[in-house]
Write a new protein. Sequence first.
Length: 252
Amino acid sequence: MVRLAFSTNAYTKFSLPEACDRIAAAGYKAIEILADAPHAYPPAYSAHEAARLRERLDALGVSVAAVNGNTAMGYFTPVPKTLTFEPSLISPTGQPLSGEPRELLRERLLEGLDTVVGLADRAGVDLALEPEPGQLLETSAEFKALLDEVGHPRLGANVDVGHVWCAGDDPADSVRLLAPHLKHLHLEDIKGRRHYHLIPGEGGEIDFAGIRRALGEVGYRGAAAVELYTYKDEPDRAAREAYAALAPLFPE
């Protein structure tokens, strides 16, 4: 069974507890928590808040599928007006814009991963990175080469189906390619290979049935989180319509 989840990063106009209530009301039994402002930014999120959230989720019958730390809006004062990928493991920029050689950036990434993988190992948690359009690593093949080189069981892949489609890969083939490292998925629809997250079934091109078949072929039993931060003005609609489109493929 693959658990269908919804990321709270669509609900940044609501508190984290409110987001959990609304995601549960849309039918989901699992959530992905945004580890950033205004939800669970680690330096500002207390143990008391975490305990209260656990009680709330237990009452809702909702499990935590993953913690999403792909942005760092809480790191900055004032908060940036646009999405940022800083601080990053290839600083000075999350994107390869510094003019430094690609080989140097990749070496810096490997050094950073060595540190964070060691921390994850001591904490007993897994890490799932994802290729991103416009970033240092874009294709599934590039990403597999990195994961093979690191070779640590705590570090794996988050296949964001829209990202791999924008990079020119077929998402089902990416699932198969990255199967030995696969730890998580992000689901959204994409049109014209343009990096803009759409509600599944809302005019996009992603073959979700094909992705589900590939997951079955490789024996994946983790979670797949719908990530629709592009719908912050209407997250309830996004959550409901995505659930209606995807729940038949990911039954409880």
